[in-house]
Design a protein. Structure first.
Length: 327
């Protein structure tokens, strides 16, 4: 199934995301010139839930279309400016109803997508995550009670979601993903359920969530429930290239230089220095400083990729101390 044509989707909007979308599209063209599917950049449209126009500039749109991307508008009816992470949920309704792979816009394609072994009927998502949610309070419920309340809310089998190789009340035992990538065979069905679950959790959280923050974690709270409801789960070895040799979810350019592979740096610099793309990308301060002014190489020299700090916050603090933190 890995050679099946499918849609790669990401979000593009005014500001940082339009530049990241160009890097993503450029990396796809560079590394997968024969890609049989299509790249769709979903763009939120102006409306009452946006205080400013979220659409990309004409220059960014022209570059993306020149790279072969289709720009697809969608309406924000539930989230918008107050919760922009909801874009990835609401944009699914605008996609053609065919197999899709969602990628966060701050992602590079670094290898051959045909190496990935997708079963689009069995959805999954990124395991490159930390134990960011829930935060267990001294007198509050534990991981098990919090997650079970959500599975019970939607009539799902909580027991079958557990990784029993991990100890009870350890966060890795419970199904939890980074929402940086996920896939399914139907964006309509997946998106409808994702939106239903996210709205229910936001508007009427179970009592067990009374002490829990849902912003910005709402999408990552709802996502494992949606995946489990469609019979999916943790990704198998055939998808190891995602967050591996095939894609790189870098989050910010300083973090990319600090911790990602030489291949990721090579792809980034090849795309950003391509003259037609460079003319637009130089307007984005992180690209200008990190790539075009070589500050990324200075950031890279601060870290040993074979012995990185266990916590991302330590890397961020080091970059900030050296004046190299840009987003």
């Amino acid at each position: 199934m890995q050679r099946q044509a499918y849609t790669v989707m990401a979000i593009g909007q005014a500001g940082r995301l339009q530049y990241e979308a160009i890097l993503l599209a450029g990396s796809l063209r560079l590394t997968n010139p024969g890609f049989a599917g299509r790249l769709v950049i979903c763009e939120p449209q102006p409306g009452p839930l946006w205080q400013t126009d979220p659409r990309m500039t004409a220059g960014a749109r022209a570059v993306l279309e020149g790279l072969g991307a289709t720009i697809l508008p969608f309406e924000s009816r539930v989230f918008g400016q107050d919760y922009p992470y909801g874009n990835k949920i609401e944009a699914l309704a605008a996609l053609p109803d065919a197999p899709f792979l969602f990628l966060d816009t701050d992602t590079l394609i670094t290898g051959d997508l045909a190496r990935l072994e997708f079963d689009f009927t069995c959805p999954s998502a990124s395991m490159r995550r930390e134990g960011t949610w829930p935060k267990i309070e001294l007198y509050g419920p534990g991981y098990g009670a919090i997650w079970k309340s959500l599975y019970d809310r939607f009539g799902l089998n909580f027991a079958t979601s557990l990784d029993r190789s991990q100890p009870d009340e350890y966060w890795r035992r419970y199904l939890y993903f980074n929402a940086g990538w996920f896939f399914h065979d139907s964006p309509r069905r997946f998106g409808t359920r994702f939106l239903t679950y996210a709205k229910s959790i936001r508007d009427d959280p179970p009592p067990e969530l009374a002490l829990q923050e849902l912003d910005p974690w709402l999408d990552q709270v709802a996502l494992p429930l949606v995946i489990h409801s469609f019979g999916g789960g943790r990704p198998g070895l055939g998808l190891a290239g995602l967050d591996g040799a095939v894609t790189c979810h870098y989050r910010t350019l300083p973090l990319l230089y600090a911790r990602e592979s030489d291949r990721a740096v090579e792809v980034l610099e090849a795309v950003a220095k391509d003259p037609p793309l460079r003319r637009v990308l130089r307007d984005h301060p992180p690209v200008k400083a990190m790539v075009l002014q070589n500050q990324g190489r200075r950031a890279r020299a601060l870290f040993d990729r074979a012995n990185l700090p266990h916590r991302e916050q330590v890397i961020r603090n080091t970059l900030k101390r050296e004046g190299l933190w840009l987003r």
